[in-house]
Write a protein that binds this ligand. Structure first.
Ligand SMILES: N=C(N)NCCCC(=O)O
Ligand SMILES: [Zn+2]
Ligand SMILES: [Zn+2]
Length: 314
């Protein structure tokens, strides 16, 4: 493969100008091949509260214009270590969740091929299920590192099995999850019952609750996460509402008392050296954002995820 093509040169075209691709990276059609792809799945009809995450992919792209090629926190050059490209958005039927899930599965399978790593920008958390099905085809039961205020292991809403509150229960039922190595991080807020926590644990998810951050130093939490994941292939699912509403107002199901951007970015950096094989970034809803606060946080989450990918993709 030839040398990777990186972002548009900001000394030639100012960062507020030019095409709106993620981090001003080339489009997939404009490179000979790519090791890692950022693509959008604008689907939000699985939400139970505020809609709007369908506008997430382009909001994250627009908010990613300030990203630069060198990541000093990891001494990494995420866009030079491998070819990263923007694969655009998947066309998904907003009126039929079953069809949407099948379209997302087909799209992820086709894009990832045999070796590419996908970073999928949603869209609501419903999309995690089809993405995990495709990961399972390649890796078998996968260690899921799930950042969220919510468990998302509920059963049904109004009898509907596929929503943004149920992806990880469905994934666990389908045998997609590595029961010994999966974990929620950032859980907080009121629940429907005490059973919610017990059932989530039975589905294979240990949990770092937000209140744990008040009692343990960040390094201890990062060690807990790394120990839980071990050397397994890891899929990272980031629901932006894991951040406190002060750091991510632009989301559909906000809960008070969340993580700061600095805490989340530091934890993601702590994944460096693990076998991260794919990720998604969901629930960015720009209608509730201000001055791109949420979009910028999400863009930086994506940047740190790309920085910890094993060089050369999965
Ligand atoms: N934002 C996500 N992914 N899930 C929210 C579920 C909220 C609820 O069941 O009340
Ligand atoms: Zn959530
Ligand atoms: Zn979620």
């Amino acid at each position: 493969m030839t040398d990777p093509i990186g972002p548009v040169d900001a000394t030639r075209v100012p960062r507020y100008g030019g095409d709106t691709t993620f981090a001003r990276l080339p489009r997939l059609a404009d490179v000979s091949d790519a090791d890692a792809l950022v693509w959008g799945v604008p689907f939000d009809t699985g939400v139970s509260y505020r809609p709007g995450a369908r506008f997430g992919p382009n909001h994250v792209r627009q908010s990613s214009r300030l990203l630069r090629p060198y990541n000093p926190a990891l001494d990494a050059q995420p866009f030079a270590a491998r070819q990263v490209a923007d694969a655009g958005d998947l066309g998904v039927n907003p009126f039929d969740i079953d069809e949407a899930i099948s379209t997302i599965e087909d799209g992820a399978r086709q894009l990832s091929g045999t070796r590419r790593t996908l970073l999928t920008v949603g869209g609501d958390h419903t999309i995690a299920l089809p993405l995990l099905r495709v990961q399972h085809e390649r890796h078998g039961p996968i260690a899921v590192l799930h950042f969220d205020a919510h468990l998302d292991t509920w059963d049904t809403y109004f009898g509907a099995p596929y929503t943004h509150g149920t992806p990880f229960r469905r994934a666990s039922e389908e045998g997609l999850i590595d029961f010994e190595h999966s974990m929620h991080v950032g859980i907080r807020g009121p629940l429907y019952s005490r059973l919610d926590l017990d059932e989530s644990e039975k589905m294979g998810f240990a949990a770092v609750h937000c209140r744990d951050f008040a009692r343990s130093p960040l390094d201890t939490i990062i060690d807990r996460i790394r120990t839980r994941l071990g050397s397994r292939p890891v899929y990272v699912s980031v629901d932006i509402d894991v951040l406190d509403p002060g750091f991510a107002p632009g989301t559909g199901t906000p809960e008070a008392g969340g993580l700061s951007s600095r805490e989340l970015l530091e934890i993601l950096r702590g994944l460096d050296g693990l076998n991260v094989v794919g990720a998604d970034l969901v629930e960015v809803a720009p209608a509730y954002d201000h001055a791109e606060i949420t979009g910028i946080a999400a863009a930086h989450v994506a940047y740190e995820l790309l920085s910890v990918l094993p060089t050369g993709g999965a």
